[in-house]
Design a protein around this ligand. Structure first.
Ligand code: GUN
Ligand code: ZN
Length: 442
């Protein structure tokens, strides 16, 4: 027998991209709606008045005064770096050597990796993030620990073992050959197991020989539906070092392109210093960028050109990434807040609709998962969050207790959520229609 459930509240999701069409056409807002689920998936959504007569005999969970949205999607984060969040004073390359590499060394110990994976996933869910694209470490144990913990919670997660065979301490390097064998075994073990998916994960061009990048390309050919996940053009010293290491290449993206790593399942984190030609190539390949605002500010990396990535004539898929531990928060609301400020510094505007699109359907598109998650279309997996626009005393002072009815009122309400909200504004997080119990209030 199938199980039906329903939720009554205000609902917001996106049915088109607000960077390309108007907010009226892209945002679907239902002030008093009913969301109906069947076996953990979306059955239908509509106004309460139009649907309630069909569901008189099922129990309805009501969230008055709340706003229900699809779960947030973090398109770039490192679970083993949770414990170095807020490490003082360095930019990328010294930060990696001083803080990151020593910490990642601890993840050879599976028990330790399990402990951190559990804390990390609790934090993700508390922050309303239901899907993420995740770096583990070079150790296969770290991938097993992460996927086991994610699977126990029935999460849709994408992750992979880091491949790195140079410019890093010995305790953190593999070889081209061992990275091939270990990655292949992990793909066979985890890719498409329940809701889990695998990403081939060379760290970045500095820590992989050309031989290892070619091996990554070979894995993508052998397993065409896995992802490619790496970093690109984050920091000026990094870009200069890559030029030195790969003198024959036309540029940073070209290093990856020559290894067959630039395709429609590729996600490149940062891209702060990409050239126009590189944006064109990403557009042509239908590859994605993970925009990581808190990290780009914290590590002093630079201001991402969101308007270039989202231009109509050269569109590139973009999601938001927290990039913890380079990033300073696991909250996609806080990440969107900093994205807004980066746009401001560049004389651009990022509307609250655009910001929340990036955190939901935009992220799903960046991960090619828009057939499964990202909005409330029938048949999609019911990962959703209950947001409280009056979560703190100051937010309650800022937001009245009346429910927005016009798009302009809604815009103001959700802008306050983006700017002032964090984990406290996540009242509850549901996975496949079940309350995880880790929200701030439930
Ligand atoms: N580039 C290569 N590795 C890393 C990392 O761990 N974090 C960030 N932010 N950039 C990187
Ligand atoms: Zn990163």
């Amino acid at each position: 027998m199938s199980s039906l459930k329903a939720f009554r509240s205000s609902f917001l999701d996106f049915i088109a991209d607000p960077f390309y069409v108007s907010e009226l056409e892209s945002a679907r807002y239902i002030p008093d709606g009913l969301l109906v689920l069947e076996d953990g998936k979306i059955k239908e959504i509509g106004t309460y008045d139009s649907l309630q007569h069909k569901y008189l005999d099922i129990s309805i969970t009501a969230y008055p005064g709340m706003l229900i949205m699809p779960g947030f999607i973090d398109t770039h984060v490192h679970f083993p770096q949770l414990e170095i969040i807020a490490a003082y004073g360095e930019q990328l390359l010294t930060w990696l050597n001083k803080y990151t590499f020593p910490t990642e060394g601890k993840f050879k110990d599976k028990i330790y990796a399990q402990k951190v994976a559990a804390i990390f996933l609790d934090e993700l869910l508390k922050n309303g993030t239901t899907t993420a694209l995740v770096f583990a470490t070079v150790h296969p144990e770290s991938v097993d620990a992460f996927f086991e913990e994610a699977n126990r919670r029935q999460l849709r997660m994408v992750a992979g073992k880091v491949m790195m065979d140079r410019n890093a301490p010995d305790f953190l390097t593999d070889t081209a050959e061992t990275s091939y064998q270990e990655t292949k075994a992990l793909i066979q073990k985890w890719h498409k197991k329940d809701r889990l998916l695998y990403a081939v994960t060379p760290r970045f061009a500095i820590t992989s020989t050309n031989e290892q990048l070619q091996i990554a390309g070979r894995l993508l050919k052998e397993f065409p539906d896995v992802y490619l996940h790496t970093h690109i053009s984050e920091n000026v010293d990094e870009v200069a070092f890559v030029k030195q290491l790969f003198p024959e290449s036309q540029g940073y993206l070209d290093v990856y392109d020559r290894a067959g790593l630039v395709g429609d399942r590729s996600v490149f984190a940062h891209g702060v210093h990409l050239t126009d030609a590189e944006f064109h190539r990403l557009s042509q390949a239908n590859a994605a960028i993970a925009f990581c605002p808190t990290s780009n500010l914290f590590l002093g990396s630079g201001l991402f050109r969101i308007e270039t990535a989202k231009s109509k004539d050269c569109p590139v898929k973009v999601g938001l990434g927290t990039d913890v531990g380079g990033g300073t928060s696991l909250s996609l609301l806080q990440t969107a807040n900093e994205a807004y400020k980066i746009a401001q510094l560049r004389q651009q505007k990022l509307s609250p609709f655009q910001a929340l699109f990036l955190a939901t359907l935009g992220g799903a598109k960046a991960l090619n998962l828009e057939d499964k998650i990202g909005n409330f279309a029938p048949g999609k997996e019911a990962d959703f969050i209950v947001l409280d626009p009056r979560a703190t005393p100051l937010m309650a002072f800022r937001n009245s207790d009346t429910i927005p009815t016009s798009l302009a009122e809604l815009a103001e309400r959700i802008f306050t959520l983006v700017i002032m909200g964090d984990d406290r504004a996540i009242h509850a997080t549901y996975i496949m229609g079940k309350n995880t119990g880790v929200g701030s209030r439930d």
